[in-house]
Design a protein around this ligand. Sequence first.
Ligand SMILES: CC(C)(COP(=O)(O)OP(=O)(O)OC[C@H]1O[C@@H](n2cnc3c(N)ncnc32)[C@H](O)[C@@H]1OP(=O)(O)O)[C@@H](O)C(=O)NCCC(=O)NCCS
Length: 167
Amino acid sequence: MPNTGRGTDALRLTPYQEQTHAALLIRWLRTPHVVRWWGDCDINRFKDCTIRIIEADGHPIGLVCWHTLTRKELDTAGLTQVPEGGADLDILIGEEHWLGRGAGPAALALGCALCEAAGAPFCTVCTSLDNLRAMRAYAKAGFLQGPVFDEHGYGPHVMMIRQRRTS
Ligand SMILES: CC(C)(COP(=O)(O)OP(=O)(O)OC[C@H]1O[C@@H](n2cnc3c(N)ncnc32)[C@H](O)[C@@H]1OP(=O)(O)O)[C@@H](O)C(=O)NCCC(=O)NCCS
């Protein structure tokens, strides 16, 4: 499994296991720095996603997940110009002391590599235009600014896009 990291010996993605990780994920979803951007969301939100736990130095610190973009959801968001079939990733660093240490961009790069290996032609991430920290982290992971759209009830969001790097 590929490893990467900054300020840490190793950062890796491991499979989500409900027994081991569900309680942790519920705690992360209740922390103020996550609630601020993820709102009031529960574990069911992930039922149609591939989930990977971000581990730093062998400890779970957050989650990256993804699903394949469909024509229907893109059109519903007004993103008619974006082709379907890309992998849309979401991320949270749940352990607050790991924020701002490069774990987010590193985990996204690993997630994109997995999506590309599974055939995704491109990867996307979406965030509120107010979430400057996320936008900076996404740019560091190689995502370029794409279209702005209205995330129903959550204000203006930006989609950022990273084209496939492997053939
Ligand atoms: C968004 C998130 C995944 C980023 O991961 P991270 O590991 O904290 O990212 P980084 O270590 O790269 O740090 C963030 C970068 O943004 C910068 N930054 C922080 N606050 C900023 C602000 N208000 N304006 C501009 N840049 C800011 C930091 O300086 C850093 O950039 P630098 O390395 O060039 O100095 C993580 O912070 C997180 O999970 N936040 C809570 C949940 C969330 O917002 N998820 C995304 C919602 S879609």
